[in-house]
Design a protein around this ligand. Structure first.
Ligand SMILES: Cc1cc2nc3c(=O)[nH]c(=O)nc-3n(C[C@H](O)[C@H](O)[C@H](O)COP(=O)(O)O)c2cc1C
Length: 367
């Protein structure tokens, strides 16, 4: 199934600039996704098995979803399930439209299966995304999988003004996602990661919870954390967030720590400024999942993200405490067949290990 991607599409994408390749992919997916014949073809190539799990009172056909940053403008929602994802996260969306950093700003380290990006939360802004999603809903083009929205801080807004910035975006997008992720961990917006400190976090969460209380329907709000803070700091954020009503955590965002390059090509790429994702992030991502799970006794669902690319990486994330998983970089390096192959692999592993349901395996390694 992965053959057309591996032999034809991937070699082409490798020789064109990373962001152009990405834009091309989103354009194609949004066109294909809006046509039922298109989604049928994708589905026949990439359909995943079922490995059901209920999280936040929602049924996910399996744990693997699309990570934030791939579909920043929520353009290709309908193609996500056809690629095999059981759920997905659009954005990061900010209150105001923004261009992001100058290009080039996205790079591939091929030997490492890693990406460096310094996009800087480029997106059309909350109002424009809402308009797009209204059109999608009214044309019956809404995907039948759980959808999360990733919310970031607008770059023209200071940290002191950030509570209102986050909560305004939450209010605008409220009807257009099933759950929300507050991104206080992107390394590419100056000072954004300071928002993980208790003083800012409390104000942001209070404002966001106020918005939620004003609505008739409960929707989960999650916090996405950076892998780069020391464990005590991470747990401080976790404790404050829980005391203010957060429902779960996403671990982790990209790291600014760089591995030793494995080739000349990656030496050049890894010297670029930005956040690193993909294979070299996995180990730290696992540690953070484990840390939060052990500290909270598994009471708050964790979404594991960072270098998930195989049965092994997915299984270790689940047994370290992740209820759901997300991926981005491995989609770039391996193509969409990575999703069905991971789902097949974890199902096999779950049966071999004697669990009757995947939820029994969550956090098993920490016990
Ligand atoms: C190009 C790019 C853009 C991203 N944009 C966002 C974003 O807007 N918001 C966010 O929370 N994470 C963003 N991320 C981080 C991913 O959601 C994910 O946490 C990270 O890439 C680790 O997963 P991976 O190793 O599977 O890629 C971005 C990642 C990449 C590579």
């Amino acid at each position: 199934m992965g053959l057309p991607y591996r032999n034809i599409i991937r070699p082409i994408l490798r020789v064109i600039d990373s962001e152009k390749a990405h834009k091309y992919t989103i354009d194609v997916l949004s066109k294909i996704g809006n046509k039922s014949a298109g989604t049928k073809i994708l589905n026949s190539m990439y359909k995943s098995e079922k490995e059901p799990i209920t999280v936040f009172d929602k049924l996910f056909h399996h744990p693997v979803g699309l990570a934030a940053g791939f579909d920043k403008g929520a353009d290709a929602l309908s193609s996500w399930p056809a690629l095999g994802f059981s759920w997905g996260e659009y954005g990061g969306i900010t209150r105001f439209p923004q261009e992001g950093n100058p290009k080039p700003r996205m790079f591939r380290a091929n030997k490492e299966n890693a990406l460096i990006n310094r996009m800087g939360l480029n997106n059309p802004g909350a109002m424009a995304v809402k308009d797009k999603l209204i059109t999608r809903q009214s044309s019956n083009n809404w995907p039948s999988i759980p959808i999360a929205a990733n919310i970031g801080r607008s770059s023209k807004v200071s940290n002191a003004e950030s509570p209102n910035d986050y909560s305004s975006t939450l209010g605008i997008l409220w009807d257009y996602a099933d759950m929300f992720v507050l991104n206080v961990s992107s390394p590419n917006t100056p000072n954004l990661r300071e928002l993980q400190n208790k003083s800012y976090l409390e104000l942001i969460l209070k404002d966001c919870m106020r918005i939620r209380e004003s609505k008739n329907e409960f929707k989960p709000i999650l916090l996405k954390l950076s892998p780069d803070r020391i464990n005590e700091q991470i747990l401080d954020s976790v404790d404050s967030a829980i005391s203010l009503g957060i429902d779960g955590f996403v671990a982790t965002n990209t790291t600014i720590k760089k591995p030793i390059p494995l080739s000349l090509q990656s030496r050049r790429v890894l010297s670029e400024e930005g956040g690193l994702s993909g294979r070299p992030l996995h180990e730290r991502s696992l540690e953070v999942i484990n840390l939060i799970y052990s500290h909270t006794n598994g009471k708050h669902p964790i979404i594991g993200v960072g270098g998930i690319e195989s049965t092994e990486t997915a299984w270790s994330s689940i047994t370290s405490g992740a209820s759901l998983l997300q991926l981005y970089s491995s989609l770039v390096f391996k193509g969409p067949s990575v999703i069905s192959s991971i789902v097949k692999g974890i199902k096999k592993k779950r049966i071999e290990e004697g669990f009757s349901n995947i939820s029994e395996a969550i956090g098993y390694n920490t016990k």
